[in-house]
Design a protein around this ligand. Sequence first.
Ligand code: CUA
Length: 309
Amino acid sequence: MIRGFTGLPDQIVENVFLFIAAISVSILVLITFLMIYFTIRYRRNRNPEPQDIRGNLWLEILWTVIPTLLVLSMFYYGWTGFRTLKKIPEGAFKVKVTARSWSWLFEYENGVKAEELVIPVGKPIHLLLSSQDVIHSFYIPAFRVKQDAVPGMVTPLWFKAKEPGTYDVLCAEYCGQQHAYMLTRVRVISEDEFNQWYEGKGKELRAETSKGLPRGPQLLQEKGCLVCHSLDGTSRIGPTLKGLFGKTVIVLKDGKEQNVQADDAYLKRSLIEPNAEVVKGFPPIMPSQKSLSTDEEIDEIIRYMKELK
Ligand code: CUA
């Protein structure tokens, strides 16, 4: 019995890729060679009278059976490889990945949230992908893994890093204006370093929660607000948050321009129903925070926005 390709996702993908590439190149060489050979061998001045050649049972059997076997072998290796890619090893380390326009959020089982994926070397990692808005695609070229993050469902993905280092993460599904900038990194560190980082971050988080420390900056980062809203006065996809509180802004409401005072109530409306009144000159694309943030988080964000003078 022929064995399918097994091993780590990156090895499987590489083996299948090389297998298919080797077959394709052999066929290319064979066909090119025969084409040139036949052109010379059966040229007109050697064969002035064309012959009508018909039927050769063995030839027909051969050129049916060989390509069929080749294509089936590609399917077989692709399929067994795919099954291994989809089979999450037991005890794999779980991390929740949330995609949103246009950033990634990683959540660990101890509640720690991070902007880049920090993982221990040599351990299988089980990612649970989902999206808050449109379809994104989580792609780590170095580990040969790519998987769609789809709103309303959780898709699994696993891989294992053999070497410590920093690897790029891309979004591989066109998801709007800032798609090309939806980048982050995987930081692979030794198991000891990782445990330290993980425990340390966990402690930090507990300390912050128990003390009720100001969490405004962190919330803006975690919720992905800063992808579109700057804190330094520059306009991005959305208006800057700097000095917004108390200002008069021109908004479009039901297609008409209106002047609105940016007070508490306005900020709250903008977070919960962002597209009811859109600041003039900006696209109506902000997701409502109604289901994405708790009431306390919204209050905390507003409290922080008032400080941004
Ligand atoms: Cu997210 Cu492209």
